[in-house]
Write a new protein. Sequence first.
Length: 252
Amino acid sequence: MENWADEQRHIPVPEGYRLESDAAADPGAGDAEGSPYFCHLDFFNAVSTDRLTILPRFRTYQQTRPYSCASAVALMVLEHFGRSDWEELEIADVMASYHGLPPETRRPVPVSDLARFFLDLGWKVSSNVEYTKPFDAEELTRPWLLSPYASFPSERHFSRFCRWCLRHNWPMMVENIDWGGHWRLIVGYDTMGTETLADDVLILVDPHDTADHCQDGFVVEHLEKFFHTWYDIFVMEPHERLQPWVVAYPSE
C-alpha cells in the first residue's frame, strides 16, 4: 500500500480539511498487492530514456472534494515549479470567485477558469481555446467528426506536442470524459521504441487514482484510446469541450 505520509512523493493534505472525496478519505482502499490485472511501476523514480520522456520525481496529490480535480491538478503544477504557497481549496475558491460565487462552491472547472488562474499569477499559458476552430455546437453529439476543428487533428500531432511539452519540463493539464468529466496531468510519454502510435503510452497523474489497484497518484492510458475519448460533455461551454487542455509555466 502506498504511504501517503511520504512527503517526498506526495503533497500533504492541509490540516483541518474535511475529506469528502474517497480518493483522500480512504487512500489505498482499492489497492491490491500483486494484482493480476494491473502492473505496479515506480513512476516517481522513473527517468527519461531513448523511448520514454517523463517528468521525474513528480509529487502527487489526491483531491479532497468530489468537484476539486482541477484545483488539485493546478496545485500539483504549482508544486512542480516550486510554488508551495497554495492549497487545493484556496485555488477552488479563487476560481469560484471569477463567477461571483462564494467559497466552497461545488462546481466543476472549465478550461477558461484554469487558464485564468495561471494568467493571474503572471505565468505563460496556452490552451485548446486558442487553437480550436469554430464549429457547430450541435456536432458535439458526434465528436468523432470534429477532428478538423480541434487543436490536434490527428494522434500524430498530439504525440509531437505532448513530447515537446515534456522535454520543456511542462506537465499538460487535460480533461476528458473519465469519471464523467475529470482533470488530470500528462507527465510521461513512451513511444515503446517504435514508429507506430498503436503501442504508445501516456503516463498521467490522477488526483482521483482509485481504479488501478495501486493508489500512487499515477495512471497509464493508451495514447489512441485517450485521444478518442478526449472531449467534455457536461462541464464546459461548447467552444471549450473539444480536447480540453492547459499548459502553464512561470514566465521567468
